[in-house]
Design a protein around this ligand. Structure first.
Ligand code: SF4
Length: 206
């Protein structure tokens, strides 16, 4: 859709607004790194813990050192050993594991709140965490609030299409049929809007 919009109308968006279904790490990275578009999208988070122990947000990422600093002040690193052949530490799903040293966790007073059932704490970080951080930062801005309001307006129109104009099922077949039905439905929505605006103006000028 982004490419088609550019080809047809010469429009290149500087921001894209969407719901959390579009907030996967890979999607955010594609928008930020390949397309240069600001993601006004909630980040898809899977790092929450259900045992009330420290979450990843409690660990601070040190960009210069490429390590996490835990609430106890120790570093979690990709590797705590020197391998003769350096390892990337990147899993198949595109995450990198950062591990605390067992020695640090064993003597730590915060261990029951941090890693009660494992000898040392691990944190995963997506290879696309930079794009995720950018989306998180944007989510704290006034511009994001404006985007959210605009998204809800669009969602209301889609809800109207489905529930009132009954477009949850299409009657015409194939992509051309779908296009025709949506064009007609969009025209109906625009006429409905115009009907709300114009009678008032007409009365005012009468
Ligand atoms: S248990 Fe380990 S990772 Fe957790 S706060 Fe203590 S030293 Fe840091």
């Amino acid at each position: 859709m982004i490419d088609r919009t550019q080809e047809r109308f010469g429009i290149w968006p500087h921001r894209l607004v969407a719901d959390a279904a579009y907030g996967s790490a890979a999607n955010l990275a594609w928008l930020v790194e390949e397309k240069g578009i600001e993601p006004h999208i909630p980040v898809f988070e899977k790092s929450g813990r259900n045992d009330s122990s420290f979450e990843r947000v409690d660990f601070i990422y040190d960009y210069d050192d490429d390590s996490y600093i835990c609430p106890g002040g120790n570093h979690l690193r990709r590797s705590n050993r020197n391998f003769s052949t350096p390892r990337t530490g990147i899993d198949k799903d595109g995450s990198i594991r950062y591990r605390a040293r067992q020695h640090d966790c064993e003597g730590c007073a915060l261990k029951p709140q941090c890693t009660p059932n494992a000898p040392a704490r691990k944190i995963t970080r997506s290879i696309h965490e930079g794009a995720r951080d950018m989306a998180r930062d944007i989510a704290t801005t006034d511009a994001y609030l404006v985007s959210s309001r605009e998204r809800k307006k669009v969602e209301m129109l889609f809800a109207h299409l489905k529930r009132i104009l009954k477009l949850d099922r299409l009657r015409l077949r194939g992509p051309n049929g779908a296009r025709d039905e949506f064009h007609l439905a969009a025209a109906a929505q625009n006429l409905r809007k115009m009907a709300k605006i114009f009678p008032i103006q007409h009365l005012a000028t009468a």
